[in-house]
Design a protein around this ligand. Structure first.
Ligand SMILES: Nc1ncnc2c1ncn2[C@@H]1O[C@H](COP(=O)(O)OP(=O)(O)OP(=O)(O)O)[C@@H](O)[C@H]1O
Ligand SMILES: [Mg+2]
Length: 235
């Protein structure tokens, strides 16, 4: 679905990613884990056209999207839920969803709202509440839904469980599994807290200092020496 090859990217003069080759397969959950500052968000920004690409290629379903502007990538069916995602606190849940989907015709919008509400009943229940009054987990679900109403094929999710209580994080990730299994979406899940992301992923990458250190089975990554060193403090 999305493939990067020999990607070198960053911001202006700051080089962040080095020779990154990633393949995000259709209908699967691909997880990318790695420590602070590894370049995980930069990879998502590179895909979305929000970073500087020095060399290499990014393909989306065979279409070359290297250096394509963000609105065009979005139009090709990629929804990006950024790390510091924002919901509009003083708008209601439903108003937030309507703002996110403002380009859709009313009839289509109603269909999409219905779909979102069936996937996230809690948002239906709270549709008239101001987003600012939602819990952290509910707000994450609203942010995901704001991507979902646009009818994407691929969702790029950046740290959607960070700072959530474990039980809430688990609930949010269960929803991600539903996005794959029920809606057949392609998911790229970026998480600093690795173990729980790896539990739901079909494929995993470890990114350290802008380079890929592991690609393969999520469960195998848990046993990888570099992973243990980074995450469990084992040397
Ligand atoms: N918009 C930006 N402009 C300039 N430099 C940036 C920008 N965003 C990030 N950086 C720098 O790029 C490097 C990689 O950051 P990035 O956000 O990709 O890491 P990350 O793996 O997502 O980390 P975290 O787990 O903390 O979210 C860091 O050194 C960071 O300071
Ligand atoms: Mg990040």
């Amino acid at each position: 679905m999305i493939k990067t090859s020999k990607l070198y990217s960053g911001y202006g003069k700051l080089k962040v990613l080095f020779d990154v080759n990633v393949s995000i397969e259709p209908g699967k959950i691909t997880a990318m884990v790695g420590p602070n500052g590894a370049g995980k968000t930069t990879l998502l920004n590179s895909i979305m056209g929000l970073a500087t690409i020095y060399s290499g290629k990014i393909l989306l379903g065979g279409i070359d999207i290297t250096k394509m502007p963000p609105h065009k990538v979005a139009r090709l069916g990629v929804a990006y839920i950024p790390q510091l995602f924002s919901v509009f606190s003083n708008l209601t849940v439903e108003e937030n969803l309507r703002v996110a989907a403002y380009t859709l015709p009313e009839e289509k919008l109603r269909d999409r709202l219905e779909l979102v509400y069936s996937m996230f009943p809690v948002l239906k229940e709270f549709s008239k509440r101001k987003a600012g009054t939602l819990s952290g987990g509910e707000r994450r679900m609203l942010a995901i839904s704001m991507g979902l109403v646009k009818e994407p094929k691929v969702m790029l999710l950046d740290e959607i469980t960070t700072d959530l209580a474990p039980i809430m994080a688990k609930k949010v990730l269960e929803k991600v599994v539903e996005l794959r299994d029920v809606l057949k979406l392609t998911i790229f899940l970026v998480e600093q807290y690795a173990v729980r992301a790896l539990q739901i992923a079909d494929k995993a990458y470890l990114l350290v200092s802008g380079t890929i250190r592991y690609e393969g089975e999520p469960q195998e990554l848990l046993k990888h020496p570099e992973f243990s060193k980074l995450y469990l403090g084992v040397t």
